[in-house]
Design a protein around this ligand. Structure first.
Ligand code: GH3
Ligand code: MG
Ligand code: MG
Ligand code: MG
Length: 313
């Protein structure tokens, strides 16, 4: 089983650099031990433009869920783990919390199985063998529905960055990885635009909005696929850098700083530049989300008070 699992666990890249981020291929996680079904589905879905990752056990499924954050989960009812049901419950709960559609695909089609599945919280119950002509449009409906929910609940409207709620969840996920994997490390940066009030006062609120949009846009273009930026509030943002230590995070921020500070904003016949300050915390051992945010905030405070336009670690 382990060997098979390794064969199936190809490194999925969440973003294909040749494609704009809005059009990235949906990533589907199949949790099943039915080799015939897996092989068929993987092939079929990949041919139709999806990325597919497979877990042969519930445990592996949960682990991959944390790692890759799939856009949709296809789940088998009967899994070979000893604690199948409790894992199933955890996966479904996790998926629901992240608005990830979760479909039970099973050969055991009975009212009892359906009732149990819906009680667990799966979105849909589909019998095997699947009807592949119906399956794709169905899948796409589910994906677009969940994308819509995600956009409305976890994204900031003005900048397209994630919102604070997303960040808090993502932070919890990262902390869970710290508990699970020895030596796992991630960094969090708290970033605040310098003298932003005076931009509003001098050039108007609309110009201020444009600066915020551009600020996020520059970062989105420079960042690594797994880095996420969230609007913490006003002109303050948090960035989560998974598998990144403080020094690496600081180097990434430096690239962003150079690019962003280099932009000449134009208002009438005036030109101006905008800078930002940042505070970074790195985590190597488990600590609480609140604590991490407080530490980053302290570092930001330090950056502000030692002259702004800098990063403090
Ligand atoms: P510092 O360098 O110490 O951070 O100074 P600052 O002026 O950036 O900080 P301050 O907290 O005094 O001002 C932040 C301003 O950001 C005040 C608020 O009106 C403005 N702001 C918050 N959200 C938005 C927004 O969505 N659009 C615009 N245009 N301005 C916003
Ligand atoms: Mg099975
Ligand atoms: Mg500010
Ligand atoms: Mg501020």
């Amino acid at each position: 089983l382990r060997q098979l699992q390794e064969e199936f666990t190809v490194e999925p890249s969440r973003e294909n650099p040749s494609q704009p981020s809005q059009e990235k291929q949906p990533l589907l996680l199949i949790i099943d031990d039915d080799m015939e079904f897996i092989t068929y589905m993987k092939n079929y879905l990949e041919t139709n433009g999806y990325q597919v990752i497979v877990a042969l056990t519930g445990r592996k499924g949960l682990e991959l869920f944390y790692e890759v954050h799939p856009d949709l989960v296809l789940l088998d009812y009967v899994l070979p783990d000893i604690d199948g049901i409790s894992l199933l419950t955890q996966i479904v709960e996790k998926a629901r919390n992240e608005f990830t559609p979760i479909m039970m695909v099973s050969a055991h089609v009975s009212n009892e199985h359906k009732t149990l599945s819906y009680n667990l919280g799966v979105w849909d119950f589909i019998g095997k063998p699947i009807n592949k002509d119906i399956f794709l449009p169905f899948l796409n409906n589910r994906l677009s529905y969940s994308r819509q929910i995600l956009k409305q609940t976890l994204q900031d409207e003005l900048t397209g960055a994630y919102n604070r709620k997303f960040m808090e969840r993502e932070l919890t996920n990262q902390l869970e990885l710290c508990t699970e994997q020895k030596d796992y490390c991630f960094s969090l940066a708290m970033v605040d635009l310098d003298h932003f009030k005076s931009i509003n006062d001098t050039y108007g609120h609309h110009m201020g909005d444009q600066v915020l949009e551009r600020f996020v846009d520059v970062f989105q273009k420079l960042k690594d696929p797994d880095d996420t930026i969230s609007r913490y509030g006003g002109e303050e943002f948090t960035i989560l850098f998974p598998t990144t230590d403080g020094e690496e995070a600081a180097a990434k921020l430096q690239k962003w700083r150079e690019k962003f500070s280099g932009i000449a904003f134009v208002s009438g016949n005036e030109e101006f530049h905008v800078h930002f300050s940042a505070g970074i915390t790195e985590t190597t051992s488990m600590s609480h989300g609140k604590e991490i945010l407080e530490q980053a905030d302290k570092a930001l405070y330090h950056a502000k008070h030692s002259g702004r336009n800098r990063t403090s670690l």
